[in-house]
Design a protein around this ligand. Structure first.
Ligand code: NAP
Length: 560
């Protein structure tokens, strides 16, 4: 049976809840969960309120989709903090002898086990003879832990599975790492009864999206963006649209973006759309991994070890790019190509076709940022050989650019606010190039060198590339001009190119100034799309739909 998509609806007002249920159906949900704990918060009067009860019966009857009825107790994260007997009595009224009983009743295992009396009443809700002839309500026995994986999870699961009245078992706990999802998958795969396994929080998104891969009975998706109140719970539009949930099966390959933070990455948007466009059976997820050697190594290790995940590649972003080619005792068994080793940072993990379902070690890693920069410069200058190139910044991106452009015989000047770092970068890249290309024409002394910022405007170049975050929204100097374009104007021919690696905003202050003076420009979206396209091609073996990528990124940035 395929995994159901359930939209939870907090019932505060009947007609609003009904409208939400209709909307959920329209968007493709299979079932809705009506959370009535706020509607009956536990005051005795309310629980006995016939009008409210009748309204609720009307809601269940008119609901366009099957209903899971839940009155979640405060002990498991719900809003119901009233008398337990009242809660059970309310559920009885809605299930036993009801004209339109809910398809499922969710009740907490811990409460179910509390007393024989409660057990008996809940069993009555799901076993009433009248319902046997008609639609029978089935019991979901559930357990929730908002702190983390409960120590006694397996014992409690065994007890829940062993309860004859339970048709479905649900467990949800706060995932504390990507690895927690893998245990959830293992449990789902071996479960003796239909089971729902949810990792709550941003680390748990994988458990929600990949449920069909491991036979999960159901997954939850919100009607509206609930990232603030329920992080990790996708919207139904994203689940069915971007993640293509209905196509996820046992063999679907898993990709993702590993970084910290990654919630706002645009990579899932474009790579999933790309998989759809070329018919690739893959899904691409944000994979948050905190900034630590241990977390990074353990995450990659577990993704690789679980062969049924079909982990097939990843984008790696801040703060892990250097870690991916790093040295020392925490070094991963990776196999960076020579260029990536020289750059000292990688942004891509990819697996050879033949190893995709087997051994992933050593990981193939590469740097597609450098490829993107080099091809964009090549396209705009026609020939890098002999061109003069100014790099502003001496961090990871500048290093990737310097290496590829110097290798193509460009004449590079590195300008950085800390001159020492620029000198160091130039020296290291020179020595790498000599090491890797002993037979190339000898570099002229000074082909790559640090430039003095004081002399910047007197050093005319064919292309200027900003590799600092200056001009970036949310960065250290969003209004700043990374390159003093106005001072350069008049000294440079109009065909001079100004290239900003910053992509948010698309038109940075520096690019705006360059356009005002009639210079040619390359924006950061072009770089983002090229580096993503190179990853896509390594993963799928197919040409990336670059125009689609470009359009999606510009639309997304334009709307944000
Ligand atoms: P990084 O390693 O942190 O290096 C940042 C560089 O910028 C350093 O040289 C730093 O100077 C300099 N810098 C930082 N703040 C500055 C300021 N306020 N004024 C002047 N210089 C400043 O960063 P990175 O990984 O190279 O990334 C650089 C930029 O590239 C990012 O901001 C991002 O927007 C862009 N990027 C774009 C793409 C794309 O696909 N389009 C991909 C990756 C990165 P010090 O050495 O003196 O600290």
């Amino acid at each position: 049976m395929s995994t159901l998509v359930c939209v939870p609806i907090t019932v505060l007002e009947i007609d609003a809840a009904l409208a939400d249920a209709n909307q959920a159906k329209l968007l493709g949900a299979d079932i809705v969960e009506l959370r009535i704990d706020s509607y009956f918060p536990g005051s005795e009067g309310d629980a006995e309120d016939t009008l409210r009860l009748n309204e609720l019966k009307r809601l269940i009857a008119e609901c366009p989709l099957p209903v899971i009825l839940t009155c979640r107790s405060a002990t498991e994260g719900g809003d119901y903090d009233g008398d337990e007997a009242d809660r059970v009595s309310l559920l009885e009224k809605l299930c036993v002898n009801a004209e339109h009983p809910p398809a499922y009743l969710d009740f907490e295992l811990a409460c179910y086990q509390k007393s024989a009396n409660i057990r008996q009443k809940i069993n009555l809700c799901v076993q009433h003879p009248k319902q046997e002839r008609d639609v029978r309500t089935r019991l979901i026995l559930s357990m929730h832990d908002f702190d983390g994986r409960p120590k006694d999870l397996m014992r409690r699961l065994s007890e829940a599975w062993a309860e004859p009245a339970a048709s479905v078992v649900k467990f949800a706990f706060r995932a504390r790492s990507i690895r927690d999802n893998l245990e959830i998958f293992e449990i789902l795969r071996d479960a003796p009864k239909p089971t729902i396994g949810i990792g709550m929080g941003e680390f748990g998104l994988m458990s929600r999206v990949l449920a069909p891969k491991f036979g999960g009975f159901l997954t939850f998706a919100s009607l509206r963006d609930s990232s603030a109140t329920a992080p990790g719970q996708p919207t139904i539009a994203d689940l069915l649209g971007m993640y293509r949930f209905r196509l996820i099966g046992k063999d679907t390959r898993l990709y993702g973006v590993i970084g910290w933070p990654v919630a706002h990455s645009m990579s899932p948007l474009i790579h999933n759309a790309g998989f759809e466009a070329v018919g690739h059976n893959g899904v691409y997820l944000p994979m948050p991994v905190p900034d630590s050697d241990e977390a990074f190594k353990a995450t990659i290790g577990s993704l690789g070890e679980e062969s049924e995940l079909h982990f097939a590649g990843a984008s790696v972003t801040i703060p892990h790019k250097e870690r991916l080619v790093g040295s020392g005792e925490n070094r991963l068994p990776t196999d960076p190509d020579a260029e990536t080793l020289a750059i000292g940072a990688a942004n891509t993990i990819w697996l050879e076709q033949s190893t995709r379902t087997h051994q992933i070690w050593p990981l193939r890693v590469t740097n597609t940022d450098s490829h993107a920069i080099a091809t964009l410069v090549q396209d705009s200058l026609e020939d890098i050989d002999g061109a003069t190139i100014a790099l502003i910044g001496a961090g990871g991106v500048a290093r990737a650019a310097a290496f590829m452009l110097a290798r193509a015989n460009g004449s590079i000047r590195v300008f950085n606010r800390s001159h020492e770092r620029a000198e160091q970068l130039a020296a290291e890249i020179n020595s790498w190039i000599e090491k890797l290309s002993p037979d190339r024409r000898m570099l002229q002394k000074g082909d790559i060198a640090a430039g003095s910022l004081a002399d910047f405007v007197n050093t005319p170049c064919d292309i200027y590339i900003n590799c600092t975050p200056v001009g970036m929204t949310g960065g250290p100097d969003p209004e700043g001009l990374s390159i003093p374009v106005h001072e350069l104007a008049g000294k440079l021919p109009p065909e001079t190119v100004f290239f900003d690696t910053v992509y948010n905003p698309i038109e940075t202050p520096m690019l705006k100034a360059a356009m005002e003076h009639g210079f040619r420009t390359i924006d950061g979206v072009e770089m983002f799309v090229r580096q993503a396209a190179a990853q896509f091609e390594l993963w799928t073996g197919k040409a990336a739909p670059v125009q689609l990528f470009d359009r999606l990124v510009r639309e997304k940035l334009g709307s944000s």
